[in-house]
Write a protein that binds this ligand. Structure first.
Ligand code: SAH
Ligand code: AVI
Length: 337
């Protein structure tokens, strides 16, 4: 059984927020930690980075000179938002992993100007982000309804409300790249099932480029990405009563040329054992042992089209920035086109 849904009308009737994170979410963290930290090669899924501190650190990453994806995607959106609004005639925008919805405003502006926009549906695991973004956007766009879904887009896509007209499902920032190839296929297939005949998926993906540029984007000079990476240990300390010392771990970011993805890891500076009290689990780290915390896949046009096709999606538009750093794709369910 899925956890109980708490649905509440907030201060403004235009806002509805539903939370699907409860005990099950705590269980998911516990299961991921138990599973991931007892493997021969230790690993944790990246969704646990994003408590409110992690979300703030991610926002700071987006402003860093080395982290080009946010700027490149914003450039594409600015160039193409009117065309996207015209092609989709969307009355609603569902956004997966919406965060602060900073770039989303470019799209909302275009849909608002086109006169079609009625509803925005942000879906994110970070509760504070969904609530703040609902408050801000209803203030910024008169008449806009916001139906926020606090949940995990790997488990709660069935909680996205039914469409009220043509819609765009946006999955921006390159977050699809944070899934390894097998899960990526599954997630894309599930997302494709949110699309009806008049709907479009708008997805951002980072492109393969010079490894030096890529590695700098994930290992910035100010050390913000390093703090973001170590933040997952603070989440474990708080949520599972663990006793990690984040300073025991060095931030590592490297481009895996074979798989064409960035890997972020935490490398233990010394041999030590950590206790995760909630799980009654002792975790031993050798000096130099690494824990993988994220992959961030970089795409070629061919690979991306292949992934879309496997999910039953057909490409409508391929959009990129003048430097060819990042891509936005607009696609539809092939069988419904
Ligand atoms: N779309 C924004 C934010 C990207 S950061 C942008 O382009 O800048 C990734 C976002 O996805 C974060 O807000 C994080 O909380 C959310 N997220 C990560 N894994 C998730 C999951 N499994 N379910 C729902 N949200 C998730
Ligand atoms: C959210 N995601 C697409 C970011 C990325 O680039 O893979 C997360 C991130 N990790 C380090 N910096 C940013």
């Amino acid at each position: 059984m899925e956890p109980l849904t708490t649905s509440e009308a907030l201060e403004k009737p235009a806002i509805r927020i539903e939370s699907h994170l409860g005990e099950a979410e705590e269980r998911s963290l516990a299961e991921d930690v138990l599973d991931g930290l007892t493997r021969p090669f230790k690993e944790l899924p990246p969704k646990h980075f994003y408590d409110s501190r992690g979300a703030e650190l991610f926002d700071r990453i987006c402003e860093l000179p080395e982290y080009y994806p946010t700027r490149a995607e914003r450039t594409i959106l600015t160039q193409s938002a009117d065309e996207i609004a015209r092609l989709t005639a969307a009355v609603e925008l569902v956004e997966l992993g919406s965060g602060t919805a900073a770039k989303t405003r470019v799209l909302l502006d275009a849909l608002h100007t086109a006169g079609t926009l009625r509803r925005y549906v942000p879906v994110d695991v970070t509760e504070s982000m969904v609530r703040a973004c609902a408050r801000e956007l209803t203030g910024e766009y008169p008449g806009l309804e916001v139906h926020g879904v606090i949940g995990d887009f790997e488990r709660h896509l069935d909680r996205v409300p039914p469409a009220t007209g043509p819609r765009i499902v946006a999955f921006l920032g390159g977050t699809i790249g944070n899934f390894p190839p097998g899960s990526r296929r599954r997630v894309l297939r599930e997302i494709a099932h949110l699309l009806g005949p008049g709907d479009h998926l708008l997805m951002g993906t980072d492109l393969v480029k010079d490894p030096n540029v890529l590695e700098a984007a994930y290992d910035d000079a100010q050390g913000v990405t390093a703090e973001f990476n170590r933040n997952v240990l603070r989440v474990l300390n708080r949520e599972l009563d663990a006793d990690f010392d984040p300073d025991d771990f060095e931030h590592v970011a490297l481009f895996d040329r074979e798989h064409e993805w960035i890997e972020m890891r935490l490398r233990s500076r010394r041999e030590h054992t950590t206790l995760v009290r909630e799980l009654d689990l002792c975790v031993h780290f050798d000096a130099g042992e690494e824990l993988r915390t994220e992959i961030s896949a970089k795409f070629t046009p061919e690979r991306l089209e292949g992934d879309l096709a496997t999910a039953g999606l057909s490409l409508v538009r391929w959009l990129t920035d003048p430097d060819g750093l990042f891509a936005l794709t607009l696609s539809r369910r092939a069988e419904l086109s």
